[in-house]
Design a protein around this ligand. Structure first.
Ligand SMILES: NC(=O)c1ccc[n+]([C@@H]2O[C@H](COP(=O)([O-])OP(=O)(O)OC[C@H]3O[C@@H](n4cnc5c(N)ncnc54)[C@H](OP(=O)(O)O)[C@@H]3O)[C@@H](O)[C@H]2O)c1
Length: 279
């Protein structure tokens, strides 16, 4: 059997690391797309110690820096791989307007990763079979606001984050609807990673203890993403934990909170954004 290769963004994060150890155990080679080469190489070293037959290469990309995104995407286009996992994401960080005109949460979670997908499709990467995007339950609570595309005027981090995930998930459903490249949106439920690190120290400590006690570990939560590798979602379905989208075995479910008119509008806006930044 030919060895398959998976490219993954944000592999040095809490879930990313666990996903990569699972992938190495299953015999995949990997292309890490990370912003920090030292962390990226340290993760590769850890994996190689346990799974020495794994081939790992590194591409450095900072998703907040659009020049870096362009350069690194060009480099990615020279590689051969079967699946890309769009895993990098930020949640409760101080909002910053970037030179694309969008805030950092919208750009990291959506704009930059949508750009990567568009370039992969345009360049007809022959080996590419599947695109996987990390969704979140938070997408449910952030309906499209055409007057504030990236939710920069919104106060709640969960809404700003949810909006960016809603854009990522539904723009990709529309973009890949009739494509022969499969899309699978997967989510881990809720699990303790570095996502809450920007909370004030004491709050973060309390939140972390709470999440650790109540919710599944990142190792267990990452199994939802691994399950999604070999199981496909149809249009507007996703894979995640069975019970309340938080606990239990990975299950395919229908996404119910985004009507067709809204997802088509999200896609239309995504295409406009891509056109404007692709210069
Ligand atoms: N944890 C949860 O409960 C939960 C729930 C639903 C969905 N998710 C999704 O799961 C995915 C992984 O998140 P996580 O929970 O593992 O969080 P995490 O531990 O904070 O990991 C986030 C990853 O994104 C990378 N990243 C952040 N900003 C970046 C930038 N500017 N350029 C390039 N990479 C950047 C981080 O890089 P560094 O390692 O360099 O910091 C890290 O690898 C995210 O898409 C998140 O939205 C998580």
């Amino acid at each position: 059997m030919n060895k398959k290769t998976i490219a993954i963004t944000g592999s040095t994060g809490g879930l990313g690391k666990k996903i990569c150890f699972h992938l190495a155990r299953l015999g995949y080679d990997m292309i890490f797309i990370n912003r920090d080469i030292i962390k990226s190489k340290a993760l590769a070293d850890g994996i190689m110690l346990k799974y020495p037959k794994t081939n790992i290469s590194h591409i450095i990309m900072d998703l907040t820096d659009f020049n870096s995104v362009k350069t690194a995407t060009n480099e990615l286009l020279t590689h051969s791989f079967n699946t890309i996992i769009l895993n990098a994401g930020i949640y409760n960080v101080p909002l910053k307007k970037l030179n694309t005109g969008y805030n950092n949460v919208f750009q990291v979670n959506f704009v930059s990763q949508y750009y990567i997908v568009k370039k992969l499709l345009e360049n007809k990467n022959a080996s590419l079979e599947k695109i996987m995007a990390l969704g979140s339950i938070a997408h449910n609570y952030s309906k499209l606001d055409e007057n504030d595309i990236d939710f920069s005027t919104y106060k709640k981090a969960s809404k700003i984050y949810g909006n960016s995930k809603r854009f990522l998930m539904f723009s990709l459903f529309e973009l890949l609807k009739d494509s022969n490249i499969k899309l699978c949106v997967a989510h881990p439920g809720i699990t303790l990673t570095n996502m809450t690190n920007h909370y004030p120290k004491i709050i973060n400590w309390l939140v972390k203890i709470g999440i650790k006690i109540i919710f599944p570990s990142p190792k267990k939560a990452s199994k939802n993403i691994i399950y999604a590798l070999n199981n496909n979602c149809s249009y507007k379905q996703w894979i995640g934990p069975k019970i309340f989208n938080i606990w239990g075995k990975p299950t395919i479910k229908k996404l119910k909170t985004c009507e067709d008119a809204e997802s088509k509008k999200i896609y239309e806006i995504a295409e406009k954004i891509y056109k404007n930044i692709n210069i």
